[in-house]
Design a protein around this ligand. Structure first.
Ligand code: ADP
Length: 191
């Protein structure tokens, strides 16, 4: 089963993808984590994208599509994958469909986690990694920029999936467990 998780920054996509990964043995593909790893390791790609990511803007579609093309070919994706953070623009959504079609694979479900924008700013302002560190792009001002970029560039892809009857909405303003249960039900895996 291949799944796309959509939703604004701070919607809890990463947490929910981890839960789905554990329960259903699907590969969790977080483009944000992939880019942060490249940045931490100081790879050529990491150096190229660092200032873009830290300011809350989007990396180019071309770079992101190439990353996803190679990542989804890895062995851990054989049972299926969860895309978290991709696609984020209309051209990424279209490129993804073309790529999967060429491989004879499809996306089984697109889940939109809906949350309230103001609560996101508060949520991300207090977010910390397990070691206590904070993401450079979790500063309130940058979070607001990320929410605006989401509205301008990512929200327009919702009709792309909605018109094809592929979008399922889940209320993200519940407890982690309740959101997880809602996603599992939306995927029809709760039987
Ligand atoms: P969020 O917590 O805002 O959902 P992510 O951790 O998924 O953020 O991504 C962090 C940053 O990485 C984004 O703000 C953006 O700069 C970059 N990024 C991640 N995925 C993509 C993508 N598909 N297209 C362009 N940029 C991306």
């Amino acid at each position: 089963m291949n799944i796309i998780l959509l939703g604004p920054p701070g919607a809890g996509k990463g947490t929910q993808a981890d839960l789905l990964e554990q329960e259903f043995k699907l590969a969790h593909i977080s483009t944000g984590d992939m880019l942060r790893n490249e940045m931490a390791e100081g790879t050529p790609l990491g150096l190229k994208v660092k200032s873009i990511v830290e300011s809350g803007q989007f990396v180019s579609d071309e770079v992101m599509i190439d990353l996803i093309k190679s990542r989804t070919l890895k062995a851990d994706c054989a049972q299926g994958f969860i895309l978290d953070g991709f696609p984020r623009t209309e051209s990424q959504a279209e490129a993804l469909d073309v790529m999967l079609q060429e491989r004879g694979v499809k996306i089984d479900a697109v889940i939109l986690i809906e949350v309230d924008a103001e609560q996101i700013v508060a949520r991300l302002a207090s977010r910390r990694a397990p070691d206590g560190s904070r993401r450079a792009d979790d500063e309130p001002e940058t979070v607001r920029r990320r929410i605006q970029v989401y509205k301008d560039q990512t929200a327009p892809i919702l009709p792309y999936y909605e018109n094809a009857g592929r979008l399922r909405r889940v209320d993200g303003m519940q407890s982690l467990e309740a959101v997880h249960a809602s996603i599992v039900a939306a995927l029809g895996l709760d039987k």
